[in-house]
Design a protein around this ligand. Structure first.
Ligand code: TLP
Length: 343
């Protein structure tokens, strides 16, 4: 199977499995797992933040951040296609008692300008609105096709948000992809964010795990909420060992995934009825519109599956994600199949 459903599907490499087998471990609820401690220190160092916390999933990292930055009854501003709003099962309402305020990005990039955010703010007056408590950003932006937000853009939003007394959380599930595409460091891309969640288990290739980074006080509180949510894991250095390799080796090869995604996008351009903006494919995510083909995304995804190719369909679009278990040949096979199918 060529599995293009997501970069979450990667299998741990032999190097990761060997490191997992050899990992030094201790009880992480007591803060005694040396491998977890090393991973957290390394993450904090890379992001140039005070502290970090290993969490089981990106969703948990994001939701702990929403919880810690807000009070019940507040609103959280997010771009309309953001993951925290669309794919985290209403947890901001369930866990934090807050409402998401989705705002569409005018240019379709998935990245709001400060003016767009400002137009949705509720600060102080009138008292009978739900006050804004947090701004959530996403870089790269998954459902905007892996689009990236620059260092300057993020800094501008954070500066204005802080002046308005608002914290900023970055859902950086794929922040290393954004960094590779922009030639910027993840530290610069998130310099002024109050907290960042990044995933080891996506493009970086680990089987499990995410990391939440922020100030010492924020991470101390996050540790309490992780335990409350059932995420206090014990001899979890076994997983952190794979995460360490993902963090060290993963970023170096992301340009390959990006080149494969671009080749895929280019290969789709001359298929009648398929709409794809090649220029906008900056990282490892390719989302194309199939309205003009006369077929539904479900039909196309089913046909691809029969041909040994897995993808995900959402409404009128199909998403394909490249990763370390997808080769340039796999992309060639996929393009060839789609051309034949639509012919
Ligand atoms: N994204 C998954 C699905 O949930 C859609 C995927 O296949 O892309 N933030 C972003 C931007 C994400 O893309 C995801 C997962 C998460 C957070 C949540 O991470 P996990 O799955 O570890 O909870």
């Amino acid at each position: 199977m060529i599995d293009l459903r997501s970069d979450t599907v990667t299998k741990p490499s032999d190097k990761m499995r060997a490191a997992m087998a050899a990992a030094e471990v201790g009880d992480d609820v007591y803060g005694e797992d040396p491998t977890v401690i090393r991973l957290q220190e390394q993450a904090a160092e890379i992001f140039e933040k005070e502290a970090a916390l290993f969490v089981p999933t990106g969703s948990m990292g994001n939701q702990i951040a929403v919880k810690l930055h807000t009070r019940p009854g507040q609103e959280v501003i997010i771009e309309a296609r953001g993951h925290i709003f669309n794919y985290e099962m209403g947890t901001p309402a369930v866990l934090s008692g807050v409402m998401m305020r989705p705002v569409s990005s005018g240019d379709g990039s998935g990245h709001l300008t400060w003016d767009e955010i400002a137009s949705a703010l509720h600060i102080g007056q009138p008292y009978y609105t739900s006050p804004t408590g947090l701004i959530c950003l996403e870089n790269s932006h998954n459902f905007a096709g892996g689009s990236v937000m620059t260092v300057e853009h993020c800094a501008d939003i954070c500066t204005h948000a802080h002046a308005a007394g608002l914290p900023v959380h970055m859902d950086g599930a794929r922040i290393f992809n954004a960094a590779a595409a922009l030639g910027s460091s993840v530290a610069d891309l998130t310099r002024h964010c109050d907290s960042v969640q990044f995933c080891l288990s996506k493009a970086l290739g680990a089987p499990v795990g995410s990391v939440l980074v922020g100030s010492k006080d924020f991470i101390a509180e996050a540790r309490v909420w992780r335990k409350r949510l059932g995420g206090g894991m014990r001899q979890v250095g076994i997983l952190a060992a794979a995460g360490m390799i993902a963090l060290e080796d993963g970023p170096k090869r992301l340009h390959e995934d990006h080149a494969n995604a671009k080749a895929l996008a280019v290969g789709l351009t001359d298929i009648p009825g398929v709409a794809i903006d090649v220029e906008s494919v900056a990282t490892n995510i390719v989302i194309f519109d199939i309205t003009g083909t006369g077929k539904s995304s479900a039909e196309i995804v089913a046909a691809l599956k029969d041909a040994g190719i897995l993808a995900i369909g959402f409404g009128d679009v199909i998403r394909m994600v490249t990763h370390c278990n997808v080769s340039a040949e796999d992309v060639g096979v996929t393009v060839k199949y789609l051309r034949t199918y639509f012919a």
